[in-house]
Structure formats: C-alpha cells, structure tokens
Design a protein around this ligand. Structure first.
Ligand code: TXE
Length: 487
C-alpha cells in the first residue's frame, strides 16, 4: 500500500491528526493508498499558515510569482506519466485521458503565470477634473479550494493558478476518493521552492471540508462538486460573508439538426457522454435530435456505443474504464432503474459489465426519453445517454432550457445562422457549435442556474480571485466644506 499519510502545512509535509483512510482502486477494488484525515486543529494550522504567508506573497512581484508557477508547471509536466497513473488508480479513468487532463493543468498554470504581472486597474474620468481616480485589483486573501474526484489535478488547475497569480494564498482540499495526485503536486511545490504557507493541502472528507469552509480566517471559497454539498458550503460562506464560486454539475443538451455534419455529430455526441465514462461536468447527457434523422442517429450512437472498448484503464487501448467508486456506481445503476421504470426505451447497455468485475457500467442509451422524467432532469454523471426528438428550433430551445441546470450545451448544424441563433437562446455558461467537450485555458467556463456561479479559466477567473479597490486623489490645495459631500 502506498503511503500518503502527509499533508502540506506551512511548507512541510506532516501527518494529519485524524484517522487514516484509504483509496480503493476502482478497477481492482483493492485499497492501494493510505492517507490521514485533517482534523480541526490541522485545518486551523493550514489556514493560519496561509494567512501569515499572504502579506509576503501579495507583495511578491508578479514576475516572481510567475517564475514559481512556471517551475511548478515544468515539474508537473516532467512527471505527467506518473501522475496520470496515480489518478487512474484513484478514479479509474483511462490513463490516456488523465495524461491529457494533466497536460491541460500544466497549460492552465502557464497561462495564469503569464497573467501574474499583468493584473491592472483603470483610471476613471470623474466629473471633477481635479480629482484623480484609479482602481487596482487586489488579492482577496486565503482561498479555500475544494475539488471533486473526476479530474483531480485538472479541476485544481482551474482554481490554484488564478488564485496564486493574483497574489492569494491557498488551502486546498482534494476529494477523499482522489487525494494522491494533489499530495504529489504539494511535494512538487516544495521542490520548486514555493514559500511556506502559500500553498497548503489538507486531506479528508466532508468533515474536513466543513471545518475548512467554516474557518473564520478564510477569505474566499471555490468549490467543484455536487449540488447538495454546494448548498452547505454556500450557507457556510454566507454565515461568514465570504465570497464563493461554485462549479456544479449539469444536464447539458446536445442538439443535432437534420442538416448537421452527420458523422461528426455522432462522434461528438458519443464523446460528449461516454468519454470519462460520463463523469464529466459538461457531459452532453441529453441528446436532442431533429425528427427526420432521429432513428438514424439513435441507431448510429447505439452501434458505436456497443463497440466501446471497456477494460483496464491503464491499458492504452481501453476507451472506457470503471466508475470512480462504489457508492457512485450504485447511484448510476439507480438512475438506470429509474429510467426503465419511467418508460424510456432502452436501446443498448443498461447493466453492469459484470464479466469485467470492478465498477463497470455498459455504455447505455435510452431513446424516447420524456424531458420531464427523472433521467432527463437529474445528473447521472455516468455513461447514460437520454435521447429525445424535436421538431424545430423553438422546440429544441424549449426542451434544452427546461432544466434546473445550465452548464453547457451543443448545437450541430451546417447552417451557421441557425446554429448561432439557437446557441444564443440556450441558458448555459458554455456552448459548443459543431464540437463538444473542448476546453482551453483562455476560455471561461462556469454555469447558469443551478450549475453554479463564478467563472474559471480565462481572464474572468482572475476577476474571481481579486477585489477592486478604488482610490481618489484630490489634486488641488482647496480646503473643502467638511459638512458637504465632496464630488
Ligand atoms: O461530490 P461532493 P460527490 C456531481 C455528480 C455526483 C454528485 C455528488 O452528479 O454524482 O455531484 O458527488 C467535499 N463541506 N458532481 O458526493 O460531495 C468532498 O470531500 C466542504 C459534479 O462525490 O460534492 C469533495 O472534496 N466540503 C462535479 C468535494 O466536496 C465538502 C464533480 C466534492 O464532493 C463537504 C463531482 C462539506 N460539508 C460530482 N462535503 C462537477 N462539477 O464536475 C463534501 N465535501
């Protein structure tokens, strides 16, 4: 069993004071690594260390912050194969995809390193010519960064680099299901010379997370995970008047018009739901297909879904691994049972791939799904596609927007006017046209509605990790009337 009993607090790897816990490899279903839980005293030490480090870090020139961030990016890139294998042991996602996502994390570090010395304010032309006014964007302070298990380092790279670039310090808590790669990154942060306290990592589950978000000395929370946890975190943030960004799930509509590039749309729909075994926040889990090509698309997707190679996620040839952990696997099977009970037509899959052992669920396609049914309204976060027909643009927009979520959406059409006018009407933070599940360090991502608030990536993310200060300067030697508001 691998020993990951340490956490990063104030520049040192130290064991947590709470009980031990293990991570179970979802392919073998054997425990493979052991960790320690941070209790309230560890959380307190980590937050205090981050608070002490803040003044030094915020005054460090952007160029130096960038140098350290780039050094960390280089170290992660050097170790990408090892880190990808570690993530695959933790969450069962195919190693090729984990490698790709960690490279994306490297890109995020470099992108935000490039911005660290370019965070500027504005001058404001006031009505009074003799008052000089300018704004500065200042760091917020101690940022609590809580991540989920589907893409540990990649999710963290949406948070930690903009936080550091802006001059904040951080206390990170990875998911209890996927702790190892974040601890590896912590070791790399020490190796490249980050000052003590700038990055801290505490490990554990909900108890540790709850202690962290309720700590009176934190200044900002950024969370990626599920809605129920998000509500508790937002309540905790509200109690302490701490700003909070939430990146939650979705039930994104992938809309295929009859004039779409057919093969490209089928491949996009397939990747949209079955990549990462559907454990992706932007998964295109509702496939809306225009009536004339509906049956043709359903058959093509079902045929391709049956050909997906399930197996050992470490194998380069595997296309889909097991689900990340047993409670989640049970939950996904529960959603499949709900869909069957609600009368959706099962086209393929719908059952575990028991011959493979582990936590495999066959790529599953339900057709003729009622958009008001449980399958269409709840996030499954697994390889389960809900297909439904639509008549025209208005019908597609109505169905797509009839959801409490609003994270992503796709439109497939060779008519660019149609594609863009439909994309404009969808109430989601991320839209794809003739592509799906594409991401870039420069492009902001985040939700509408119950998919959360705040933005990650892009210059928009920096705005989430800074506060605006306005400064006014009187350029005259005039003595003002002290009892009347000056302009
Ligand atoms: O995540 P949780 P869960 C969706 C998906 C999934 C569902 C639930 O539908 O089935 O959410 O996932 C920490 N205070 N997404 O239950 O609990 C926890 O330790 C502070 C979408 O596995 O939200 C972990 O680090 N923190 C999503 C993190 O919250 C707490 C990705 C996320 O765990 C806490 C994952 C508390 N009280 C799931 N309780 C996406 N947006 O991509 C738990 N945590």
């Amino acid at each position: 069993m691998e020993n990951y009993r340490d956490q990063l607090i104030d520049g040192e790897m130290v064991a947590g004071s709470g009980p031990e816990f293990t991570s179970i490899d979802p392919y073998s279903e054997e425990p493979w690594a052991v960790f320690t839980e941070a209790d309230e005293s560890d959380v307190d030490r980590a937050v205090q260390a981050a608070a002490r480090a803040f003044d030094g870090w915020r005054r460090t020139p952007g160029q130096e912050r960038a140098r350290l961030m780039n050094a960390l990016a280089d170290a992660i890139e050097r170790d990408v194969d090892r880190l990808a294998e570690i993530e695959t042991r933790d969450n069962g996602k195919i190693v090729r995809e984990n490698r790709n996502q960690i490279q994306f994390a490297v890109r995020n570090f470099r992108y935000f390193a490039g911005l660290a010395d370019k965070i500027t304010g504005e001058t404001k032309p006031l009505d009074s010519y003799t008052t000089f006014d300018f704004t500065t964007r200042e760091p917020i302070g101690v940022c609590v960064l809580i991540t989920a298990w589907n893409s540990p380092l990649q999710l963290l790279s949406n948070k930690l680099p903009p936080a550091l670039a802006a001059g904040n310090t951080a206390v990170v808590k990875p998911s209890e299901f996927t702790t190892a790669s974040t601890l590896e990154m912590a070791r790399l942060a020490i190796e490249v010379g980050f000052p003590p306290g700038v990055i801290n990592v505490v490990t554990g589950a909900g108890r540790t997370g709850a202690a962290l978000v309720a700590h009176p000395s934190i200044d900002k929370i950024s969370f990626t995970g599920g809605i129920e946890t998000a509500k508790r975190i937002a309540a905790s943030a509200a109690a302490n008047i701490v700003p909070c960004s939430l990146e939650l799930g979705g039930k994104s509509a992938n809309i295929v018009f009859a004039d779409a590039p057919f093969d490209k749309a089928v491949a996009g729909a397939l990747g949209g739901i079955f990549a990462a075994a559907g454990q992706s926040c932007v998964a295109g889990s509702r496939l809306l297909v225009q009536e004339p090509i509906y049956e043709r698309v359903v058959s093509a997707i079902a045929e391709r879904a049956q050909q997906i190679r399930l197996g050992n996620p470490m194998d380069e040839q595997t296309q889909m691994g097991p689900l990340a952990h047993r409670p989640h696997y049970e939950k996904v099977l529960g959603h499949i049972a709900d869909a069957t009970e609600d009368g959706a037509r099962l086209v393929t899959g719908g059952a575990p791939a028991s011959e493979l052992g582990g936590l495999f669920v066959r790529p599953t396609v339900f057709a003729d799904v009622d958009n008001l049914s449980r399958l269409a309204q709840n996030e499954v976060f697994g390889p389960v596609l809900a297909v439904m027909p639509f008549t025209d643009e208005d019908d597609a927009i109505r169905i797509a927007n009839d959801s409490r979520f609003g994270l992503a959406g796709g439109v497939w059409s060779n008519d660019i006017t149609r594609a863009l006018s439909v994309a404009r009407e969808i109430r989601s933070g991320i839209m794809y046209v003739n592509t799906y599940r594409t991401s870039a360090a420069q492009a902001p991502s985040g939700g509408f509605k119950q998919s959360g608030y705040g933005r990650e990536r892009g210059t928009e993310a920096l705005a989430d990790y800074t506060v605006v200060k306005n400064t006014m300067v009187d350029l005259t030697d005039k003595v003002r009337d002290p009892f009347v508001l000056g302009r």
